[in-house]
Write a protein that binds this ligand. Structure first.
Ligand code: ZN
Length: 365
């Protein structure tokens, strides 16, 4: 049983918000206590509705309260009524400061169970209809930002991503294949894997395909909804953890990761050393680092695509070669340089203890 006090409000990018939740299988006291705890969290945060995943529980139930009327539905199913839809601005406790206009059916038929295990069936209308649809979205890992109408605001929409992929393909460059190529340059890897710079999560996804548990870190969460959707579609969401944070200060002990990878990130960094040093610190002895960025030809292509859109692609000028040198100073040995899919890749290994080098001591956990 989960102690009731263990539940807390989860906000993006907590990956639990992107899970398709499991049906509730047992009714009884633990469930009733959890429902009460969900209500408390909802009230404390001045919400009108709360779905279980918003409190870290990936199960299909939600609570709501409007004008003193309470509602709890377990394992809800929504049946469409013959009702038109209507657009209104919605907020969400899990996306503080985000407000998005969302079109919802004006009425829905709701079926499910109460927290006591009694069957439930009613037609929700008006604000209740909106609330119920919002909460059921949560149970399928959908958030209001996924309803955002304009590309890029507040997240890069899926269509824009697909369009860009197609555009690159027209120039002979396949981004998905490039991520696969990079992930496989070092042969067999051991996990857990660290992916620095999530972006759209393409490299993270490929690392999971190699049967690794992956932590993907990025300071920028703007593309996270897209990244987690892509991961979920690829069926790898359960092995991939997205972390919103600064890669220069990772919340992991020294020697934690079996491998670390970075793709198309270097050219965004003005000062790459702190990030590379942190990758080296959190890497286990014998662990592998893969650093990849565009080749000169790749950069020319990216600039061309950006220019066609009237934008300039920012480049700091930091190269894979410089990253290799910096990592060697951190106690790694370069064991390979490969090129392909418009990318340059350096592969390095953290020296096992006892080997020569200017860092004699095993880093401690
Ligand atoms: Zn919500």
């Amino acid at each position: 049983m989960i102690p009731a006090t263990s539940l807390t409000l989860r906000t993006l990018p907590d990956p639990v918000l992107r899970l398709v939740c499991e049906p509730v299988e047992a009714f009884g006291r633990p469930l009733r206590e959890m429902v009460e705890e969900l209500r408390q969290i909802m009230i404390r945060h001045k919400g009108v509705g709360l779905a279980a995943p918003q409190a870290g529980v990936a199960q299909r139930l939600f609570v709501g309260e409007i004008d003193g009327r309470r509602l709890c539905v377990v394992n809800p199913t929504l049946l469409p009524c013959r009702a038109s839809s209507e657009e209104a601005v919605e907020g969400c406790l899990s996306l503080p400061a985000v407000e998005v206009p969302v079109a919802r059916a004006r009425a829905v038929e709701v079926r499910g169970w109460t927290s006591e295990g009694k069957e439930l069936s009613f037609v929700a209308e008006g604000f209740w209809a909106r609330l119920v649809q919002h909460e059921v979205d949560h149970l399928d890992g959908r958030l209001i930002c996924d309803h955002a109408p304009a590309p890029g605001e507040p997240v890069l929409r899926r269509q824009a991503f697909e369009a860009r992929l197609a555009q690159y393909r027209a120039f002979g460059y396949d981004r998905v294949a490039a991520a696969r190529f990079v992930a496989r340059t070092a042969g067999r890897l051991r996990g857990p894997a660290l992916d620095v710079g999530t972006g759209k999560g393409l490299l993270a996804r490929e690392l999971v395909q190699l049967s690794l548990d992956v932590v993907s870190v990025d300071v920028d969460t703007s593309e996270l909804p897209l990244a987690s959707d892509l991961a979920r579609e690829a069926g790898v969401g359960h092995r991939l953890r997205f972390l919103h944070g600064d890669a220069r200060r990772l919340p992991f002990p020294s020697g934690y990761f079996g491998c670390a990878a970075m793709m198309d990130v270097l050219h965004h960094l003005d000062e790459p050393r702190p990030v590379l040093a942190e990758m080296a610190r959190t890497l286990r002895l014998g662990g592998i680092v893969i650093v990849a960025d565009f080749s000169p030809e790749g950069f020319r292509l990216v600039q061309r695509v950006h220019r066609a859109e009237g934008r300039v692609h920012p480049e700091s000028g930091v190269t894979v070669e410089q990253a290799r040198t910096l990592l060697e100073r951190e106690g790694l040995d370069c064991v390979g340089r490969v090129e392909g899919h418009l990318h340059e890749v350096a592969i390095l290994v953290k020296r096992p203890s006892g080997s020569t080098g200017d860092r004699p001591n095993r880093s401690h956990r």
